[in-house]
Design a protein around this ligand. Structure first.
Ligand SMILES: *Cc1c(COP(=O)(O)O)cnc(C)c1O
Length: 360
């Protein structure tokens, strides 16, 4: 394909998981005090767990290798019956965790319809039942919320979270918050992370996404809950040894990388505004809440996979989330000039109208 723009360095918008450790992380790693965390002996992991519990306003926290393991461990540590797990249908636990909650926890998924990651409250009321082993219908083991939503970066309102919690707690059902991008939500709402985590019994966040740490998630909750979680972490093979190397990066992530997420949100907004100028059907800038932009390619003859391939020929990497939508995620390695180059690429695609994307 003849291109007018020079293809420069690759701009990777597939996810914020592609962020690499900062220089401060490497130096913190080099000087970290280490021990065997499988025996509870790593002082740096303990420091990260204490700092995380404090940030989330919970009694205790545990470091885990991934967000997926953290969700599975949390759901198992909560569930006292072989019941249903309720959540909004687009949640990561239903879409992207390989059915682990059924296989590993023996629980039954109950995905509910919603909007922008927020389940419809009347659906929650219809499906919510007290946890029980004896009644004729399956009880609710856990209710899960997700903020920000992993499909489009939407943030749950605190009012919605309060509603979900009140109804769940009235039914005696625990609430887990999958806050993989909790600090993005906190920045967007302008509140501390603890204000959001207060609307859940347990909350997890990823250090390895926009916060730039290479590996790791943290799960926080009551002291008793975290003790149970440690048992399941061991069962899943998630007990690491000199994990202080990773926790050192996590501490830098919490100290230096949460506030800068505001830059990512600003750049995502720039990207959305620019794409809207190229074609108003591509993006509704009002939908951009955090660091993700959903691009709707439904008006062209091509599907999202074909758009992904054409964009990657220009050095712009994206990820389809459905047949007609691409997800573009902004992060620390995407600056204003990268955004401008992505906009030039889209403008050129619209100018040259390649036959694979547009009908002749
Ligand atoms: C990424 C993500 C996870 C899983 O995290 P991994 O560390 O990739 O296992 C869970 N929930 C949400 C909402 C996510 O975005």
């Amino acid at each position: 394909m003849q291109k007018f723009t020079a293809v420069g360095p690759v701009i990777d918008l597939r996810s914020d998981t592609v962020t690499k450790p900062t220089p401060a992380m490497f130096s913190r790693m080099a000087s970290a005090e280490l021990g065997d965390d499988g025996r509870g002996d790593d002082p740096t992991v303990k420091e990260l767990e204490r700092a995380s519990a404090t940030l989330l306003g919970k009694e205790a926290a545990v470091f885990l290798p991934s967000g997926t393991m953290s969700n599975h461990v949390a759901i198992l540590a909560h569930s006292s019956c072989r019941g249903e797990v309720i959540g909004e249908a687009s949640s990561h636990i239903f879409r992207s965790e390989m059915g682990g909650l059924s296989l590993l926890a023996g629980l039954y998924p109950r995905p509910l319809p919603g909007r922008a990651g927020a389940m419809h409250i009347d659906e929650l009321e219809a499906w919510l039942r007290p946890p029980s082993l004896t009644s004729h219908s399956l009880g609710t083991a856990v209710v899960c919320m997700e903020t920000t939503n992993s499909v489009g970066g939407a943030v749950l309102s605190l009012d919605h979270m309060r509603d979900v919690c009140t109804k769940s707690w009235q039914a005696g059902v625990p609430v887990h918050l999958d806050g993989a991008r909790l600090f993005n939500a906190a920045i967007a709402l302008g509140v501390p992370a603890s204000t959001i985590a207060a609307f859940a019994d347990s909350a997890t966040f990823c250090l390895s996404k926009g916060l730039s740490a290479p590996v790791g998630s943290v799960l926080a909750g009551s002291r008793l809950f975290i003790e149970r979680a440690r048992g399941f972490r061991k069962m899943f093979g998630g007990n690491l040894r000199q994990a202080g190397l990773l926790a050192a990066c996590g501490l830098v992530a919490l100290e230096e990388c949460t506030q800068r997420l505001a830059d990512d949100h600003l750049n995502a907004r720039r990207l959305a505004d620019g794409l809207h100028r190229v074609d108003p059907h591509l993006v509704n800038p009002a939908d951009v809440a955090t660091n993700m932009v959903l691009v709707n390619v439904g008006r062209s003859v091509a599907d999202a996979e074909q758009w992904m391939r054409v964009l990657s020929d220009y050095g712009v990497l994206t990820a389809p989330v459905s047949t007609d939508r691409l997800r573009l995620v902004v992060h620390r390695h995407v600056d204003v000039s990268s955004i401008e180059r992505v906009l030039i690429v889209f403008a050129e695609i619209y100018l040259t109208r390649p036959a694979t994307l547009f009908a002749m």
